[in-house]
Write a protein that binds this ligand. Structure first.
Ligand SMILES: Cc1cc2nc3c(=O)[nH]c(=O)nc-3n(C[C@H](O)[C@H](O)[C@H](O)COP(=O)(O)OP(=O)(O)OC[C@H]3O[C@@H](n4cnc5c(N)ncnc54)[C@H](O)[C@@H]3O)c2cc1C
Length: 594
């Protein structure tokens, strides 16, 4: 699918073009082009019984649906959104998916600094709302975290089965290396069936091999970094070409890779446009089912004979648990909710903040038509530790090398929500050149936020307090990471092409001497964004045990990114899939295969 449509040269125009696309794709959705890929909408009635009821058909929900149904259990999966939309299959549309009907477009609570350079007073915190959940709208960067992440989980959960060495089999079971992206089939590194990826896994993973970034690889080498084949697991430091959850030109959501292959299994039932309002308990605190509304209709009940599994994600799972009486006692009492189990649900909210740095590099010619089956830019990843002897990275860099500058306007103006003047200024300064759009990501933030109930209406958004920068150390660290990254502009390549760092903030930080710590602090406050790697709100060790069972009740588990005690390096997608694979094994072992 090629695109020759209008090319924007300012943010207002770029956003108008995006809106035009969004509307066109919305019209296309009336043709129900993707419905055939998924299980038919189940005709359900009040009181229907299943072995397992899964609340949320997102990343983890689709994995569970596959693994439990193929073990012959009678499974019902309930998803608030609809089928995965046609545009969400196309890697090239990623920048504007978060602001469509296919996402819960939540805003966090105002934090006092986001409005300095963003359009809104608070951080935009989207989550996918369709089959596949956030895996259907995410940025498709395939990263699995590093060994240290999982070893910390094992300690928090007090269970060595969560140590990295014991999880590799699940990563290999779920990920399948498919080679280089289709543009560069001639170069193909053998990563499949190595320590990182298998050859049979559901999710196709490709590597970006465009030659554009060879100069960048050389630059990072020149700065003393190790160049590695991939990052993640035991490989916790260095720079590598990006891995992407894209295969044969299509996004590899779990809806496509796990749910679609089992769409005709007769013991799997899926109900879309279905909001789970509440988990129902009997007197002994057994979860016996859920109350739901389908298409906004009257509330009905479905019984779970074996378990209810909550997979509504790091923001919506705590909301559902609290609405059902599981959460901090005082907060529930405040909302007149009867307490079933007093647990720190919603606390320990974590996200990795990123600071955007942009460089203008070589001169470019018109790159021609764009193919929507490809990733919109070239990608390099880095994991870096400030202490050379440490094997634990401090910060990550996602370097997105753009030849089509309209993407700068798109990312900047839409998902990242920066003010138009910030995006326009950057665009003008890079015009005619390649843009290296880098996210410098604080991998292990100390700050914690929380998710609480605003109202007791399940259709209302919960309150999201991100907690960003509540710990001063996070700000100081981000300043250090930015300073550590700056010498890139002094490397041979950047000198040859007369490369320069852009100044998107303009006079917003001009009261400080350029390059001083105060300047960079001001810059970080201005150019900080979320990486949307939310987790920790139903953490193992505090809300669920190491088998993901909710403390204080029976027959209820949480399986999604919320159970991560700490979020992982580089992105939560593959880690969430791994959690769901492991949970499926635990559940099938406990309940047998029918
Ligand atoms: C815009 C964006 C970009 C990202 N980019 C990357 C990336 O490049 N790489 C990476 O590794 N990670 C990325 N992530 C993070 C990663 O995709 C998520 O952390 C992960 O997919 C979360 O999976 P989950 O199962 O916990 O939740 P989700 O996949 O969000 O699933 C939750 C599902 O539950 C449904 N639901 C919620 N409440 C209810 C209810 N009451 N009743 C019924 N259904 C309900 C939702 O509609 C949703 O479908 C990104 C996330 C976002 C939002």
């Amino acid at each position: 699918m090629g695109y020759y449509g209008p090319v924007a040269n300012n943010t207002v125009q770029a956003l108008a073009n995006i809106q035009m696309f969004q509307e066109a794709f919305q019209t296309l959705s009336l043709l129900m082009l993707t419905d055939y890929l998924y299980p038919k909408q189940t005709d359900l009635k009040d009181g229907d019984e299943f072995d397992f009821v899964i609340a949320g058909g997102g990343t983890a929900g689709c994995v569970l649906a596959n693994r439990l149904a193929t073990a012959n259990h009678r499974v019902l999966m309930l998803e608030a959104g609809d089928v995965q939309t046609y545009d969400s299959f196309l890697p090239g549309t990623l920048a504007y998916l978060p602001k469509t009907d296919g996402a819960w477009n939540y805003l966090a609570q105002p934090d006092g600094y986001t409005n300095r350079c963003h359009k809104q007073r608070a951080m935009f915190t989207p989550i996918g709302k369709m089959l596949g959940g956030s895996s259907s709208v995410n940025f498709m960067i395939a990263s699995r975290g590093v060994k240290h992440d999982y070893d910390m989980w094992a300690t928090a959960a007090n269970d060595s089965s969560w140590q990295y060495k014991n999880l590799v089999k699940y990563f290999k079971k779920s990920g399948r290396y498919v080679g280089s992206i289709s543009m560069y089939p001639q170069i193909n590194m053998q990563l499949g069936d190595g320590p990182y990826m298998g050859e049979e896994g559901n999710i196709g993973i490709s590597q970006d091999y465009s030659t554009v970034r060879d100069d960048y690889i050389e630059s990072f080498k020149e700065l003393g970094n190790k160049i590695v084949k991939y990052l993640g697991g035991e490989q916790s430091k260095g720079y590598a070409r990006g891995l992407l959850t894209i295969a044969e030109g299509y996004r590899q959501s779990t809806a496509f890779t796990y749910l679609s292959p089992v769409r005709n299994i007769s013991n799997l039932f899926v109900s879309r446009r279905t909001v789970v309002n509440k988990i129902v308990f009997d007197r002994r605190k057994n979860a016996i089912g859920v109350r739901v509304s389908i298409d906004g209709g009257e509330e009905i009940f479905f019984r779970a004979k074996k378990e209810v599994i909550v997979s509504a994600g790091a923001i919506k799972s705590p909301q559902l648990l609290m609405l059902s009486g599981i959460g901090p006692r005082n907060h529930l009492r405040e909302k007149n909710i009867t307490v079933v189990s007093d647990l720190p649900v919603g606390e320990n909210f974590q996200d990795q903040q990123a600071v955007t740095i942009m460089h203008a590099a070589r001169k470019i010619k018109d790159p021609g038509a764009f193919n929507y089956h490809l990733y919109p830019a070239s990608l390099l990843l880095g994991f870096k530790s400030l202490k050379s002897c440490s094997q634990i990275p401090d910060y990550a860099t996602y370097i997105i090398i753009e030849e089509r500058l309209q993407y700068l306007l798109q990312y900047c103006g839409l998902p990242f929500d920066f003010q138009n003047e910030i995006c326009d200024r950057s665009y003008r300064k890079v015009l005619g050149r390649e843009n290296a759009y880098t996210f410098i990501i604080n991998l292990y933030p100390k700050s914690r936020g929380k998710v609480t109930l605003n109202t007791t209406n399940p259709d209302d958004a919960p309150l999201i307090e991100t907690g960003y920068f509540t710990e001063e150390e996070d700000m100081n660290n981000l300043v250090e990471y930015v300073k550590d990254y700056l010498p890139l502009v002094n490397t041979t390549y950047f000198k040859e092409v007369n490369g320069r760092i852009l100044d998107p903030v303009g006079d917003k930080c001009s009261m400080h001497e350029y390059g001083s710590d105060d300047y960079w602090k001001c810059y970080v406050y201005c150019m900080a964004t979320s990486m949307w790697n939310f987790g920790g709100t139903c953490a193992m060790g505090s809300v669920v045990d190491s088998k993901l069972k909710v403390y204080g009740v029976q027959r209820l588990r949480v399986v999604d990114a919320s159970v991560m005690p700490t979020v992982v390096a580089g992105g939560n997608y593959l880690a969430t899939v791994m959690i769901a694979e492991k949970a499926s094994d635990i559940i099938n072992a406990e309940h047998g295969r029918d």
